[in-house]
Design a protein around this ligand. Structure first.
Ligand SMILES: C[S@@+](CC[C@H](N)C(=O)[O-])C[C@H]1O[C@@H](n2cnc3c(N)ncnc32)[C@H](O)[C@@H]1O
Length: 370
């Protein structure tokens, strides 16, 4: 690359260190920046591909023109063609220039459509949702403070969709079996609470499968719980109950045999208070199953984590500010398994075990007793 004026000026401004300016490193970094911007753009467009069902539509089509894709998806051709151009130049979709046709390769289908349960286009929605409050977050960089859940329209709906594939799809085969004997006890009839339940997808799935058990979902946000109530009614479930509560300092003394949290501790106002409340609310011998982001509490140990920049970005844009906005701790998404284990111990939990599950490279699963 030719020596640009900016680079020349940069060398001038850094003065004495100018001799150590590594031109090749600088150019390599510029290439990385371009990759980052392209990655962000493709991720954003993947979210649109999911919302418009374009990926699912294309998975069911042979090589097709932009008009055929648009017709099949019932969308406007001009927009579809522009979106296809992103996908072709990113290598997501194949393009036959002679025939002017587009094709989604079979190898890409499992990661872009719903059928497989590994739809990364669902996950890709979370970052655009988090950026809905970007201006407010920038303001917080200057003034401190935080944001509120209502500043992220659709957050709970996107989270619920993510939960459906990363939690519910593996709940009975991988996640609940981490608690020995719990599937049998759920069948016999026990009391279960899901704290920070959001729309309560996991709770609803358990309530449907185990009619003799009783399920309570607690969350700060009423709009999320309204969706939970609606789904409970649609499924004729009478053994599930939702309540809006700030869980910063709560206790339902010895009321539950099993308490779960799914991705819901780190962004609380008072995570330590929540954990203490959970410990107090378990019956003697009861179990707490906590799924939360499984990074390290030490930045240097996250360097090899392939999800680290994304998780720290989600933290900066959403998880940390929504906690700080409640006057809370602002632990951040990457609070880490080391701190999590210490906090569980301080809250009064014992027999703490940390599990990793094959289907979920992002989260850790802690099982502990009060
Ligand atoms: C990342 S979401 C997870 C939702 C749900 N467990 C799931 O997996 O879809 C975190 C949840 O914690 C809830 N939350 C945050 N602060 C809270 C507080 N102070 N008290 C109760 N719930 C809170 C939010 O409303 C949100 O639904």
């Amino acid at each position: 690359m030719p020596d640009t004026q900016i680079q020349a000026e940069t060398r001038q401004t850094i003065g004495t260190t100018a001799t150590t300016f590594d031109q090749a490193r600088s150019e390599q970094f510029m290439g990385r920046m371009v990759e980052f911007m392209n990655g962000a753009a493709v991720s954003m467009m993947a979210a649109i591909g999911h919302k418009t069902r374009l990926f699912d539509t294309m998975a069911a089509l042979p090589a097709a023109s932009s008009q055929q894709v648009a017709d099949a998806a019932r969308l406007d051709e001009r927009y579809v063609r522009e979106w296809l151009a992103v996908m072709v130049t990113a290598g997501v979709v194949e393009y036959d220039a002679a025939a002017c046709t587009y094709r989604l390769p079979a190898e890409h289908v499992p990661f872009l459509t719903d059928a497989s349960g590994t739809n990364l286009a669902v996950t890709a929605q979370l970052l655009p949702v988090a950026t809905r409050a970007m201006d407010r977050v920038v303001e917080c960089f200057h003034k401190g403070g935080g944001t509120h859940y209502h500043e992220y329209p659709c957050f709970h709906a996107c989270m619920a969709e993510e939960s459906a594939q990363s939690v519910v799809a593996h709940l009975f085969t991988a996640i609940l079996p981490l608690v020995p004997g719990v599937l049998e006890r759920l069948g016999q009839g026990i009391a279960v609470m899901d704290a920070g339940c959001g729309q309560g997808r996991a709770l609803l799935a358990m309530a449907e499968r185990f009619p003799k058990s009783r399920f309570v979902g607690l969350d700060l946000c009423e709009d999320a719980l309204d969706a939970g109530w609606r789904m409970a009614r649609e499924r004729n479930l009478t053994n599930v109950f939702f309540e809006a509560r700030d869980l910063s300092d709560f206790a339902e003394p010895e009321a539950f045999d099993l308490i779960t949290t799914f991705d819901a501790v780190h962004d609380q106002k008072n995570p330590a208070g929540l954990l203490r409340g959970i410990a107090r609310s378990l019956k003697p011998g009861g179990t707490y199953l906590m799924q939360d982001i499984g990074g390290s509490s030490f930045l240097e140990r996250n360097l090899e984590n392939p999800f680290a920049p994304l998780l720290y970005a989600m933290s900066t844009l959403h998880c940390m500010p929504v906690s700080l906005g409640q006057g809370g701790a602002g632990l951040g998404t990457m609070w880490g398994v080391e701190l999590a284990e210490n906090m569980l111990r301080e809250a009064g939990f014992r027999d703490i075990t940390c599990h990793r599950l094959e289907h979920d490279p992002v989260n850790a699963y802690f099982v502990s007793r009060a």
